[in-house]
Design a binder for this molecule. Structure first.
Ligand SMILES: [Zn+2]
Ligand SMILES: [Zn+2]
Length: 387
């Protein structure tokens, strides 16, 4: 079964919405115009319920099937753009300097709206579909805010599914894997406070540069000595600042960096190891070491059963040869991870073709992907909620 005829017919209409959204990108939680556009469309389609202001500016539309009682499944799109100056040269390029849809969230929103229109017209399913439009995927954790706002319980959502475009993957193809599909990210800043003094009288000081140098080396052992070699973990020190003069041992030194992991246990252990190493070095050298550790998005973890289900739906749309079911995880972060922590589900990539990469100023969502993405959403809902 290929893409739906109706989805192909709707491509121009949905591309029109997409290009409209592309012209007026908004950042983080400030997606007021985008959320208003989504809300207006959902109401016009005849959704049974449209709730705004979830997770600050998120929107949820509910469509009830006409085949009786059943569970509710959540389909999620993101609405926010990035702080970039667009250089795509497209006629519908961003009209707002310093803001652009460089991650294709305009396309994600438009495709889910297209699916909503179709599902509201046909309603060939039991139970309900919750159409989730979230703000602030690019760093603000809008998905987490919607979950914390009680979205899952309020709409009794039993499973959630997400989709992101992938440049380099041909249009009409899908890619997925069970288990971790995107990385957990964390950032740390470590301040080593010693005792400054004359460079020629080091015995009267506690030299933070020597201690911090040892610390940089010790942090490498998290990946090389403390973690199973087949596990993925990156601990990178990306900043090292200390001192201003040739003849002064400074009071403090500061390093900062990032941690990337694919499993919650490894993320937790990496933080613990950083703190333990710092505490041990502080004791050993008589310094004070402060660790500021910010865990960001958790691992995006695809649940086994729902991944098989999503893969089968994608195969129904694209054909077996065009669904890659065991791709390598992507080490970027994704806040759909919070929804997958709250409910079982799966996150899938859809081909964006040979375009500029995500977060590149020349990037543009590929409107040719619209009927494929729409068909995936519709088939997923109709199959999950079959009578
Ligand atoms: Zn992005
Ligand atoms: Zn994105």
């Amino acid at each position: 079964m290929p893409i739906l005829n109706r989805a192909a017919e709707m491509q121009d209409e949905v591309a029109g919405w997409r290009q409209h959204l592309h012209q007026t990108p908004e950042l983080n939680f400030d997606v007021f115009k985008t959320a208003a556009f989504v809300t207006e469309k959902l109401k016009a389609f005849g959704c049974d319920d449209v709730v705004t202001g979830l997770g600050k500016t998120g929107v949820v539309g509910i469509i009830r099937g006409r085949q009786g009682e059943g569970p509710t499944i959540g389909l999620r799109a993101d609405m926010d753009a990035l702080p970039l100056n667009e250089i795509s040269g497209k006629p519908y390029a961003s009209t707002i300097p310093g803001k652009m849809h460089a991650c294709g969230h305009d396309g994600h929103t438009a495709m889910l709206l297209g699916a909503a229109k179709y599902l509201a017209e046909t309603r060939n399913f039991t139970g309900s579909v919750a159409l989730i439009f979230q703000p602030a995927e690019e760093g603000g954790g809008g998905g987490n805010e919607m979950v914390k706002d009680g979205m899952m319980d309020r709409f009794d959502i039993s499973k959630v599914f997400g989709m992101h475009n992938m440049p380099g993957l041909p249009v009409g193809q899908f890619a997925i894997r069970p288990g971790p599909i995107m990385a957990a990210t964390a950032e740390f800043t470590i301040t080593v406070r010693g005792k400054g003094g004359h460079a020629a009288m080091p015995h009267g000081t506690i030299d933070p540069i020597v201690i911090t140098s040892q610390l940089v080396g010790a942090l490498q052992t998290i990946a090389s000595r403390s973690t199973d070699p087949v596990e993925a973990v990156v601990v990178s020190v990306t900043k090292f600042h200390a001192g201003d003069a040739y003849n002064i041992i400074p009071e403090t030194a500061e390093i900062a960096g990032t941690v990337r992991t694919l499993r919650k246990e490894i993320a937790k252990k990496s933080e613990e190891r950083i703190r333990t190493i710092c505490a041990g070095l502080a004791t050993a050298f008589g310094a004070r070491i402060e660790v500021d550790y910010q865990a960001n998005y958790p691992v995006t973890f695809n649940h086994a059963e729902e991944t098989i289900f999503a893969s089968d739906v994608a195969i129904g749309v694209a054909g077996d040869a065009y669904v890659h079911r065991g791709i390598q995880p992507v080490m970027g972060g994704e806040d759909f991870s919070y929804m997958l922590e709250a409910r079982p589900g799966a996150f899938i990539f859809i081909g964006n073709g040979d375009t500029a990469g995500l977060h590149n100023p020349a990037y543009d969502f590929n409107d040719e992907a619209i009927p494929h993405g729409m068909s995936y959403w519709v088939k997923l809902a109709e199959t999950a909620l079959a009578a």
